[in-house]
Design a protein around this ligand. Structure first.
Ligand code: TTP
Ligand code: MN
Ligand code: MN
Ligand code: MN
Length: 376
C-alpha cells in the first residue's frame, strides 16, 4: 500500500462500531479465509479463538485498499501473528494451507452441513457428529429425536439453503403487512437484518413490528399468525413469548418473536399487485397440481413496544459482529449496558430513553452510522 493508506491504517479504531464497514471491500479472499478459521474455531468450542478471527476479519473489511504486503497490516488492531501468517500465505501463494485443510476436513464439512439446518446449533451438531452423523440421510434414517423446528428444517432443507432475494423479501413484506393490517391498520413494520444493511440476498427475512399505543400490540402477533395460517402461507412457526425479566447486562432478547417458515407461491412474480388468493383461484388445475409451486422462506417477526423501538431496531439490524462490538464498546468504554430493549448507565444507575437510532449513538458518544455502514 501507499504511504497514504498506511497513515489511514494507523487511525483505524479498535471497536467495529467506531468504523464504517460497507458490504463491498477489497480483501475478500483473505476475509473469506479468516471467516472459515473463525467458524472452525467455534465448531471446536473455542469461542475466544473464534472471536479473535472475527475481529481481525472485521478490521480487514473496512480497509480502503487491497493488501499488498505484510507491511500493510503491521499496525492494524486485532491482527495478530496467526492472522498475519494467513495473510502472508494468501498474498504469496493465493491460498492458505491451514484453511484448505480445514475446508477438506470431515469435521468441518459435517458441522457446516448440520448447523445449516434450521434449529440446529453448534452444540447439537457436535453431539450428533460425535454420535457418527455425517449427512442428512444419516439423520433421516436414524430414529433420532428431533425437535419440531429441526423436523421442519430438514423437510424444507433444500428451499432454505437457497438465498432469499430482495424481490422475494419484498413479497414477504407485502404479505406480513397485509396480515398485520387486517387487525391494526396503522401498524408499523420495518424490514431489518441484512436487507436493511443493503444486502441483495439473505438467509431469511427479518421484520420489526411496533405501534405508538402499546395496547394495539397485545395479541397482534398471534392474530397475524392465524391469518397467515388460515390462508395456507405458514409451513412452520414457533412463538417465543415476551419476557420482561431480562437482565440489564445480558444480551438475551426478551421481545415477543415468531420464528417461521413461510411458503412463497411461484406465481407471485407475474402477479405482483394482485391478491395472492385471487391469483390462486384463477390458476388452471394443471398449474395448481404441480408438486412444488411454492418455495419455503425463513421469516423472523419481532414485536417491540414503542418505547424500546429504537433499541430493537438497532439490535435487529446487525451485523451480528457489529452488535457484539457495540455492546462491548458500551460496557468497556461507557460503563453502560446495551440490549435491544434499552441502554442502562451503570454509574448513574438509570435507563436512557431514545426516540431514534441517532439518539442511541449520541448516548454512546459515537458518530452515527447508517445501516449500510454496519456490515462489520
Ligand atoms: P440474522 O437474520 O441471523 O442475520 P442477518 O439478517 O444479518 O443476515 P442473513 O442475510 O444471513 O439473514 O440476524 C439479524 C439480526 O438480528 C442480527 O444482527 C442478529 C439480530 N438478533 C438475533 O438474531 N437474535 C436476537 O435475539 C437479537 C436481539 C438480535
Ligand atoms: Mn436475516
Ligand atoms: Mn445469517
Ligand atoms: Mn433472522
Amino acid at each position: 500500500g501507499s504511504t497514504e493508506s498506511f497513515d489511514n491504517v494507523t487511525q483505524i479504531p479498535s471497536y467495529a462500531c467506531q468504523r464504517r464497514t460497507s458490504l463491498l471491500h477489497q480483501n475478500k479472499e483473505i476475509t473469506d479465509a479468516l471467516e472459515i478459521l473463525a467458524l472452525s474455531a467455534s465448531f471446536q468450542g473455542s469461542e475466544a479463538r473464534s472471536l479473535a478471527f472475527a475481529r481481525s476479519t472485521s478490521v480487514l473489511k473496512c480497509l480502503p485498499f487491497k493488501l499488498q504486503s505484510l507491511q500493510d497490516v503491521k499496525d492494524l488492531p486485532w491482527c495478530g501473528n496467526h492472522c498475519k501468517r494467513v495473510i502472508q500465505e494468501i498474498l504469496e501463494d493465493g491460498v492458505c494451507m491451514e484453511v484448505e485443510l480445514v475446508k477438506d476436513s470431515e469435521q468441518y464439512q459435517s458441522m457446516k452441513l448440520l448447523t445449516s439446518i434450521f434449529g440446529v446449533g453448534v452444540h447439537t451438531a457436535k453431539k450428533w457428529y460425535q454420535e457418527g452423523v455425517r449427512s442428512l440421510s444419516d439423520l433421516n434414517n436414524n430414529k433420532r429425536k428431533l425437535t419440531a423446528e429441526q423436523r421442519a428444517g430438514l423437510l424444507h432443507y433444500k428451499d432454505l439453503q437457497q438465498h432469499v432475494t430482495r424481490e422475494e423479501a419484498e413479497w414477504v413484506e407485502h404479505l406480513v403487512v397485509r396480515a398485520l393490517q387486517s387487525y391494526v391498520p396503522d401498524v408499523q413494520v420495518t424490514m431489518t437484518g441484512g436487507f436493511r444493511r443493503g444486502k441483495e440476498v439473505g438467509h431469511d427475512v427479518d421484520f420489526l413490528i411496533t405501534h405508538p399505543k402499546e395496547e394495539a400490540l397485545n395479541g397482534l402477533l398471534k392474530k397475524a399468525i392465524s391469518w397467515l395460517e388460515s390462508k395456507g402461507y405458514l409451513l412452520y412457526h414457533h412463538v417465543k413469548a415476551r419476557s420482561q425479566s431480562f437482565s440489564k447486562s445480558s444480551t438475551m432478547d426478551g421481545h415477543e418473536t415468531c420464528y417461521s417458515i413461510v411458503s412463497l407461491p411461484n406465481y407471485y412474480k407475474h402477479n405482483w399487485d394482485c391478491e395472492a388468493e385471487e391469483t390462486l383461484k384463477n390458476l388452471d388445475n394443471s398449474e395448481k397440481e404441480t408438486s412444488h409451486n411454492w418455495r419455503a422462506i425463513r421469516v423472523d417477526l419481532v414485536v417491540a413496544p414503542y418505547s424500546e423501538y429504537s433499541y430493537a431496531l438497532l439490535g435487529w439490524t446487525g451485523s451480528k459482529h457489529f452488535e457484539r462490538e457495540l455492546r462491548r464498546y458500551s460496557f468497556e468504554v461507557k460503563k453502560m449496558s446495551l440490549s435491544s430493549h434499552g441502554l442502562f448507565d451503570n454509574e448513574k444507575k438509570c435507563l436512557l430513553p431514545a426516540a431514534s437510532e441517532e439518539e442511541v449513538f449520541a448516548h454512546l458518544g459515537l458518530p452515527f452510522l447508517l445501516p449500510f455502514d454496519r456490515n462489520a
